[in-house]
Design a protein around this ligand. Structure first.
Ligand SMILES: NC(=O)CC[C@H](N)C(=O)O
Length: 358
């Protein structure tokens, strides 16, 4: 079946449909990872985005449910040069086409993803519609008629027999890998939606607070900022990606939209204190404005080597840290796993301080 990718500026690509045969509408973004398509498709931060994979062959190792980052796929659609015909992996349970049908996500293959990516790099991120029927009404009318998804936020508890700390994870659309890394660091984790009250969080008696990743523009979450302001004065706190951006906003800094975002597995990030560069997994369309940090209690701890955007923050007087990249990887390199150890050290130090005061 034919499928059409129509961009808001009129550029149209024709290809072949796979996955679910439904229409999709959202921002079209590109991901440069050679692997990790399943984790990207199920990462709630991609909710309502159409993901273009720049690597030309996608689906070659199939799908293994163990790598899902959420129960349901968040992205609106995927765009690939070629879907692998004969995927092969000892752990695969189904192929990508079957997975997308199951998840009700449409795909298009056989289009020039290089041309599309170059276009987005020049024009900036654009809105797009994926449809098996050519558009008969103006772009914005067709766009508005296609339903947008919401990242589901549920309360959940994860425990480990070796638990030493208790973390409340404020959920904006978390990846499972963040929970898994906290469990690996011997933390029990209570996941609560970001709309949870301060008193309900206090009642859980956490040793520390974690702010998750999540979809959309951080500026859309103004209602969550007072909660973050209160939590940072009471508990050691860490944030990843959207969590990092919201921490910045809660402390008076500003965020802005990047021309075409950072989505890939090899983004170099330099740590200012150590001078060391690590490779990181990234997925974001917004960033914290470096020049807006001057009048805030936040200090920049790391930056991206390609465009010098802010990649890490620390509070000048509170045990509060955040990163723009994804230390939990899945997909991508694990160079940055130390972020979770650093957070656990902050919680330990805080506990020791509290018990010596008592
Ligand atoms: N992975 C994330 O948390 C993404 C944060 C935000 N939605 C952005 O695109 O910048």
């Amino acid at each position: 079946m034919k499928s059409y990718l129509v961009l808001e500026d009129g550029l149209t690509f024709a290809g072949d449909a796979f996955g679910a045969h439904i229409a999709a509408a959202g921002e079209v973004v590109f991901n440069t990872g050679m692997t990790g398509y399943q984790e990207a498709i199920t990462d709630p931060s991609y909710t309502n985005q159409l993901i273009t994979f720049t690597y030309p062959l996608i689906g070659n190792y199939g799908i293994d449910a163990a790598h899902n980052q959420a129960k349901a796929a968040g992205c609106a659609a995927i765009i690939v040069r070629q879907l692998a015909d004969l995927p092969n992996h000892y752990a695969q349970q189904m192929n990508l086409d079957e997975f997308l049908q199951q998840q009700n996500v449409p795909g298009i293959q056989g289009i020039d993803t290089r041309q599309l990516t170059k276009h987005i790099r020049q024009q900036g991120t654009l809105k797009a519609i994926l449809t098996t029927q050519p558009l008969t009404v103006p772009f914005m009318a067709a766009y508005a008629a296609i339903k947008q998804k919401k990242a589901p936020l549920e309360r959940a508890t994860f425990t480990t027999p070796q638990a030493q700390q208790h973390v409340v994870l404020i959920d904006f659309g978390t990846k499972q890998a963040i929970i898994d890394q906290l469990l690996a660091q011997h933390c029990n984790v209570d996941v609560v939606p970001y709309t949870t009250s301060l008193s309900a969080i206090d009642a859980l008696q956490p040793d520390g607070i974690f702010l998750s990743n999540g979809p959309d523009d951080p500026a859309d979450y103004q209602a969550a900022l007072p909660l973050i302001q209160a939590l940072q004065t009471k508990y050691p706190l860490a944030g990843i990606c959207l969590g990092h951006q919201l921490l910045a906003l809660a402390n008076g800094a500003k965020t802005y939209k990047l021309q075409y975002g950072h989505r890939g597995l090899n983004h170099p990030v330099k740590n200012i204190a150590t001078g060391k560069t690590i490779l990181t997994s990234q997925n974001h369309g917004y960033a914290v404005a470096a020049d807006s940090l001057a009048d805030t209690p936040l200090q920049m701890t790391a930056y991206e080597l390609n465009d010098h955007s802010v990649e890490g923050l620390r509070h000048e007087s509170l045990p509060v840290i955040s990163v723009q990249y994804h230390p939990e990887a899945n997909p991508g390199p694990t160079d940055a796993l130390g972020f979770f150890t650093e957070f656990c050290t902050l919680m330990n130090t805080n506990k020791t301080k509290k018990s010596s005061v008592a």
